[in-house]
Write a protein that binds this ligand. Structure first.
Ligand code: SAM
Length: 232
């Protein structure tokens, strides 16, 4: 089956930051295979004054500068190709990114991703374009670009053809709200430690059972809220 190329359009003040790490390893190879493609849009190209200004002081005062809605609006409208695409803006207050959200985005034909800078983005731009706000965690980055790289990487690895064996995806962390089981490889003995005997038993049913149990125990210990959210 031939899949359509997943298209990503990133609106940024720093297009030179892309594709950066996305040109390596799985994402890099997937891009060479045309599984996904990236276009960056320099927001500054839509500024109208001779200094190419994209920000201004916040109404009401306070520190920092705010990205102007008129410039962002124009950049977005000229590069918003399809109503079926996901329209995302990266903000610390956005919905925390989860594997479920990544799956949903990867099922679309493409995504427009807007990266903020400075103190933030004029609220009117966010609300008028019905953008979904996404956060990559409860901490503040200096710009949306590193968040966009993380988001794109997580999307690309779910696209059909990026990862050799689709089994790797089925057993991964956050599938069924569980963390993944631990892994072991050669050497058999390292610093006095050996892998659990069951993994060398050749009994696939027992191995499966052990992995499921340990994944559940690990999740209870490390991330109990994942199990609670499954019950909801
Ligand atoms: N003043 C803002 C606040 O307190 O929420 C922080 C602005 S931050 C310095 C500049 C830009 O970085 C944001 O507009 C956003 O695009 C991006 N950013 C920062 N932290 C982020 C996070 N955790 N997730 C997604 N984007 C983030």
């Amino acid at each position: 089956m031939i899949n359509k190329c997943f298209e990503v359009r990133v609106l940024t003040l720093f297009p030179e930051m892309f594709p950066g790490p996305l040109s390596y390893s799985l994402a890099g190879k997937a891009s060479e295979k045309n599984i996904w493609s990236l276009k960056t849009v320099n927001i500054r190209d839509y500024a109208t004054d001779k200094h190419k200004t994209v920000d201004d002081e916040p109404y009401g005062g306070g520190p920092g500068m705010v990205m102007r809605p008129d410039i962002l609006g124009k950049a977005f409208d000229k590069n918003n190709p399809n109503s079926k695409w996901k329209k995302i803006i990266l903000t610390p207050r956005g919905k925390p990114l989860t594997q479920k959200m990544v799956k949903d985005i990867s099922s679309k034909p493409g995504a427009v991703i807007v990266c903020g800078r400075y103190e933030g983005i004029d609220e009117r731009f966010i609300s008028s374009r019905s953008l979904e706000e996404v956060s990559i965690g409860d901490y503040v980055l200096s710009g949306g670009e590193p968040a966009a790289l993380i988001l794109i990487d997580s999307i690309v690895r779910l696209l059909s053809g990026t990862i050799g064996s689709s089994d790797s995806l089925i057993e991964e962390s956050f599938e069924n709200n569980l963390l993944e089981h631990p892994h072991y490889t050669r050497p058999y003995e390292w610093e006095g430690m050996k892998p659990p005997a069951v993994l060398l038993s050749g009994n696939h049913r027992e191995i499966e059972k052990w992995r499921k149990n340990i994944a559940l125990e690990d999740t209870k210990k490390r991330r109990p809220e994942l199990l609670i959210s499954e019950k909801k």
